[in-house]
Design a protein around this ligand. Structure first.
Ligand code: HEC
Ligand code: HEC
Length: 304
């Protein structure tokens, strides 16, 4: 609210809200009997059903009228205490942010000793602790599924964490590093250096590495370029390099996709995968627990 550049939107909310409440008070008073006035004989509204059932203009019952007044008073008191009228903060100074921070602090106080306990345990031991893994699965749901998907199977550009194919390495300590410090994969663009034909040739060679049917001549032409320009990162055998997150190109598991078109795209324009660092956001204890969990997904040795 306080971010508005002018007061216009604040008044845009305040004026109709206050006018609405005052208008309703006026409407109720207008529609109800004047106190002390002699009761008026109800008149027919001119609608008749079932021969003799008439609609009369009786005043509202008192209890019902009372409820209208109560809701109006509730609304007015609420708008004085809590934020609701434009940028007016309410006299209690209540904010969603404070409330959220308080809940986080309460939760930290309750659960931190538990996480700190897990942090003392070896990652490979932690995998066999079903209670820890259940907590970790929830952490994963809350923090990781938006990118790695709910079954950790990944999607184009976001690696699967269930398989044994690792960009940076699948040792539990390495996984922890990936989570804590993040990762930034950089695959340069080659369209300028290789030209369209060069890119297509080298793509044919890359596809041949995982046993795909390719144009032999193109692949042979591509092999030479591969040795000069790609082997430094992806290895002469194409098996990749975990030190820089260069994927294995021989296993037919693709980070971005293995169709000829997608592989050409990866080479032509380059790729920049980014795994955000979670150290500050989650803290080491939670990252530790998540590392054990991710390790358990890929090794499948989680006690059921
Ligand atoms: C500087 C190191 C480096 C060089 C040189 C390099 N790559 Fe890459 N390559 C990477 C990295 C890192 C990735 C993963 C990018 C990411 O994580 O977003 C990648 C990704 C790829 C992919 C996508 C793989 C997938 O699973 O979807 C292909 C295909 C590829 N490279 C082919 C090549 C070819 C062909 C060359 C040579 C023309 C080459 N690369 C040169 C580092 C390199
Ligand atoms: C904003 C999206 C995003 C979020 C959120 C995210 N990741 Fe990632 N993660 C990625 C991307 C993209 C990569 C691949 C980086 C690359 O291409 O170099 C990755 C890589 C990884 C790797 C390395 C995989 C390998 O093959 O070496 C691990 C482990 C990992 N993430 C675990 C997690 C965990 C656990 C969480 C939750 C705390 C998480 N990630 C949250 C996007 C995300």
């Amino acid at each position: 609210m306080a971010d508005f550049v002018s007061n216009f939107w604040s008044w845009f909310i305040i004026i109709p809200t206050v006018a609405g409440i005052l208008g309703l008070v006026w409407l109720i008073r207008w529609m109800s009997e004047k106190p002390g006035a002699a009761p008026v004989k109800p008149e027919s509204m001119g609608h008749v059903w079932d021969e003799d059932l008439q609609e009369l203009n009786n005043p509202l019952p008192r209890w019902w009228l009372g409820m209208f007044y109560i809701t109006l008073i509730f609304g007015a008191v609420y708008l004085v205490l809590y934020p609701g009228l434009g940028t007016f903060k309410g006299i209690l100074n209540w904010t969603q942010v404070d409330r959220y921070n308080k809940e986080v602090a309460d939760a930290d106080k309750r659960f931190n000793p538990l996480y700190e306990g897990y942090l003392q345990e070896d990652l490979r031991t932690l995998v066999h602790n079903p209670k820890a893994m259940k907590t970790a699965a929830r952490l994963f749901m809350n923090n990781c599924t938006i990118c790695h998907s709910s079954d950790a199977g990944g999607s184009p550009g976001f690696p699967s964490l269930r398989d044994k194919d690792w960009l940076y390495g699948g040792e539990p300590e390495t996984i922890k590093q990936s989570i804590m410090n993040g990762r930034a994969g950089v695959m340069p663009a080659w369209s300028a250096a290789l030209g369209r034909d060069g890119v297509v040739n080298v793509a044919e060679y890359v596809l041949s590495l995982s046993g795909r049917k390719v144009n032999i001549n193109a692949a042979q032409a591509g092999e030479e370029k591969y040795k000069q320009m790609c082997a430094g990162c992806h290895g002469t055998d194409g098996k990749g390099n975990t030190a820089m997150g260069a994927p294995n190109l021989t296993d037919n598991i693709w980070l971005y996709g293995g169709s000829q078109k997608t592989v050409i795209q990866s080479i032509e324009f380059g790729r920049k995968g980014n795994m955000p660092a979670h150290k500050d956001f989650l803290g080491e204890a939670k990252a530790h627990l998540l590392a054990a969990y991710v390790f358990s997904l890929s090794t499948g040795n989680l006690d059921k």
